[in-house]
Design a protein around this ligand. Structure first.
Ligand code: FRU
Length: 505
């Protein structure tokens, strides 16, 4: 077998020694950020400085700030040789770009520095990622190998560990795939390090392996926490594993799922597997499968435990199968607003981080308003807007709400009260491609008053249903001047509505 040659040549920049590949990526970022951009950026969602972005990585606390890394190709707005981009924030909303953190500059990661996580150890920030390597076999065939690697740094510069890769696929149970073994989530508990990583069982479908180590170098397989058995999709990507309330959550992003009613759609999905965990035996017992997000654009979420004890999740606001971003935009991706996770009444609830509330301006409230024919309420409009709405009354069976509306453009939320179904539809958002535009969710309980919290940004709409019991996240690239919001109903609808502008100076 032979390796594809790698450009791992190193140069010294100030006090640090970085590879040429990483410095090239950083230079690309610097140049991109100096350019005046044609298109406006989202107001309160993170977007990458330039090029392509997918999964959030290394979402964690370091020296009192929130750090976010991400899958990144700085040179074009399509997926290619993966790097790690980097940013930090003190409030989860306003982000500061930091120089790209990792480049695929070693033999063992020359095909890409894939997803992973971060852990703070005193002054050090430890990154664990999947190093992907492509080898040419004797018969000329190219084969991918994925293993877990470590880099240690100071919040800006990272040095890859000499004995990388530290977790190789040889530790997996017999028959597991060597090609699909990725996305390590690292944490520390009682002086021991743990990692969960996605892999493929010999039956071809996903499994989550748990590893442990006392020194970050020697790793052992603890258990297979759970697996698909070809029921919940094929490969399971981007796992996370954490306690919430009195339950344990295994968060997964399965590929190639088959549609299941309105719960899961075909293709890439995300699920909270909730249950119990016995630490001694490293045994997870799944009790329930919950869809994380019912919208059109949500994948590969990752969580962190904030310094003040909140479990906060961020997701990539894009779909692999229907990637949506205008060709003239110099950057491709956005992340969701980080969400606090809460275990309540047998489910994981999601709420936008409370820090968003400090950016609320210009409140407008209508405590009781009746609507039948299409109505716009004075002061209720905008493209960087938060809405808190309660629909009450039983004199209607269907009501509609249009957002980002102007000149025939709109994205619509339709509530079928009788069937308890909520449908988001962006068919008229101005999209010029034949891509998927609608998705629906079934409310857990019909016939109770519906409460909605909606975050509208320049290019996205996130809908939190009934205090975050269910969520729908979708992109809409309608011209940003389309700020209209209207309501209509086939009978008398009663609403209590509050609107805020979200302003992030
Ligand atoms: C998920 C994913 C990960 C992988 C990364 C590559 O979106 O496929 O499994 O590490 O993207 O960019």
């Amino acid at each position: 077998m032979t390796d594809i040659p790698v450009n791992s040549h190193r140069i010294s920049i100030g006090d640090s020694i970085v590879s040429m590949l990483l410095e090239k990526a950083r230079e690309q970022e610097r140049q991109a950020l100096e350019k005046k951009e044609e298109r406006l950026r989202p107001v309160f969602h993170f977007s990458n400085p330039t090029g392509w972005m997918n999964d959030p990585n290394g979402f964690s606390e370091y020296k009192g700030e929130h750090h976010l890394f991400y899958q990144y190709y700085p040179y074009a707005t399509h997926w290619d040789s993966m790097h790690w981009g980097h940013a930090k924030s003190s409030d989860f909303i306003r982000w500061e770009y930091l120089p790209a953190a990792l480049a695929p500059d070693e033999e063992y990661d020359s095909f890409g520095v894939f997803s992973g996580s971060a852990l703070t150890e005193g002054e050090k920030q430890i990154l664990m990622y999947t190093g992907v390597r492509e080898l040419i076999l004797e018969n000329g065939e190219k084969k991918i190998f994925q293993n877990q690697c470590i880099a240690v740094g100071d919040g800006t510069d990272y040095v890859k560990c000499e004995n990388n890769p530290v977790i190789t696929s040889s530790l997996l149970p017999e028959g597991s795939s060597r090609e699909d073994f990725r996305d390590p989530k690292l944490w520390k508990e009682d002086d021991r390090y743990f990692v969960v990583a996605g892999s493929r069982h010999k039956d071809g479908s996903g499994q989550i392996a748990l590893f442990y180590s006392d020194d970050l170098e020697q790793w052992k397989l603890g258990s297979i926490l759970d697996r698909s058995e070809n029921k919940l999709g094929k490969m399971w990507e981007c796992p996370d594993f954490f306690p919430l309330g009195d339950k344990q959550v295994l968060l997964i992003s399965p590929q190639e799922m088959e549609a299941d009613g309105l719960e899961f759609h075909g293709g890439n999905n995300t699920a909270f597997l909730t249950g119990t965990y016995e630490k001694q035996t490293m045994k997870f017992t799944r009790e329930q499968v919950q869809c994380v997000d019912y919208g059109l654009d949500f994948y590969a979420p990752q969580t962190m435990l904030s310094d003040d004890g909140r479990r906060v999740m961020i997701g990539w606001m894009q779909s692999w199968d229907n990637p949506m971003y205008p060709p003239e935009q110099a950057w491709s991706g956005m992340m969701t607003v980080p969400r606090e996770l809460i275990w309540k009444d047998g489910y994981v609830y999601q709420k936008p981080v409370r820090e968003l509330e400090k950016y609320r301006r210009n409140a407008v409230n209508y405590p009781v308003v009746y609507v039948e024919k299409e109505t716009a309420l004075p002061g209720v409009s905008g493209r960087s807007t938060e809405l808190l709405i309660k629909f009450t009354g039983k004199e209607y069976t269907k009501c509609r709400m249009k957002m980002a509306a102007e000149n025939g453009y709109y994205s619509e939320l339709v509530y079928d009260r009788e069937d308890g179904i909520l449908t988001f539809d962006r068919s008229h958002s101005g999209i010029r491609r034949d891509c998927i535009c609608t998705r629906s969710l079934k409310l857990r309980e019909k016939d109770k008053d519906l409460s909605l919290r909606i975050l509208i940004d320049r290019y996205s709409i996130e809908i939190f249903v009934n205090e975050g019991e269910q969520v729908m996240t979708s992109l809409v690239y309608t011209p940003v001047s389309a700020e209209g919001i209207t309501f209509s109903s086939n009978g008398r609808l009663c609403m209590d509505i509050t609107k805020y502008d979200i302003e992030v100076e």
